[in-house]
Structure formats: C-alpha cells, structure tokens
Design a protein around this ligand. Structure first.
Ligand code: 2BA
Length: 109
C-alpha cells in the first residue's frame, strides 16, 4: 500500500475530490498553505493499493491545472526584504505537487 500526498490549488480541489469519489478512491483532504505564497491550497491524503497508484496520478494530472499568479513580495513576505523586491512578480503554480510513500501498516477499527 502507498500513501499519496497531493498538494493542489484550491480551485481544483472540489473537482478532484468528486473525481476520487467517482472512481472509488478514498481520500482525506485538508486545508493547507504554501510556504512561499502563504495562500491556501489543499492537500489530499490517499491510501491506495500499489497497483492503483498510476490511476490516481493520472486522475490528478487530468484534473489539477497549472496557473500563473501575480504576487507582490512586500505584501506577502517579510518586510526585511529590500524595497527593490517589492515589484509584482509572476509565479507559476504547478497543477499538483505529489509525494508517494510506502505504508508500513494500515488498520481500520
Ligand atoms: P507555495 O510554497 O506557496 O509555492 C507556490 C509556487 O511559488 C510554487 O509552485 C513555485 O512555482 C513558486 N515558488 C515556490 N518557492 C519559490 C521560491 N523560493 N522562489 C520563487 N518561486 C517559488 P509549485 O512548485 O507548483 O508548488 C505549489 C505548492 O506545493 C507550494 O506552494 C507548496 O505548498 C507545495 N510544495 C511544492 N514543493 C514542495 C515541497 N518540496 N515540499 C512541500 N510542499 C511543496
């Protein structure tokens, strides 16, 4: 069994949750924040049999989209940054950041 951790943008989270239900994939979602943008994203935790990992990855890939976003560093980062870095900058946010870990044990009581 594997644990798939998928960090996606909030805009894609509801659709992805529905896709998992439709495909009988059990998932837990939690509200998270990116360390860089400090804005909300969503992390799905999916415990899944090894052979279904490619299916999960494909569904995430199809559903989660990369987007560009403008951010003003001074508004969202430490004020210790120099004034020259306060120009709005474009950030490409990936469709999904995915980690896959081995699950040593799985219990449901
Ligand atoms: P954030 O940390 O808010 O990052 C949002 C986007 O900002 C990133 O998109 C990346 O394109 C950009 N970015 C991040 N750090 C940067 C930096 N130091 N300089 C310039 N641009 C930077 P993604 O790479 O697609 O990441 C989307 C979200 O996935 C991240 O939100 C974070 O919540 C998570 N993430 C990405 N890599 C991770 C990792 N290695 N470990 C844990 N979480 C990760």
């Amino acid at each position: 069994m594997k644990m798939v951790l998928a960090i996606v943008q909030d805009k894609d989270a509801n659709k992805l949750g529905s896709v998992f239900v439709k495909h009988n994939i059990q998932a837990t979602r939690t509200a998270t924040s990116g360390g860089f943008l400090r804005s909300g994203n969503t992390t799905f935790m999916i415990g899944i049999e090894d052979e279904r990992v490619p299916e999960v990855l494909e569904l995430i890939k199809e559903t989660a989209h990369a987007r560009k976003q403008f951010m003003t560093p001074a508004a969202s980062l430490d004020l210790s940054l120099e004034a020259t870095s306060s120009m709005p900058m474009e950030v490409q946010i990936g469709g999904a950041t995915v980690f896959i870990q081995d699950v040593e044990q799985f219990h449901q009581f």
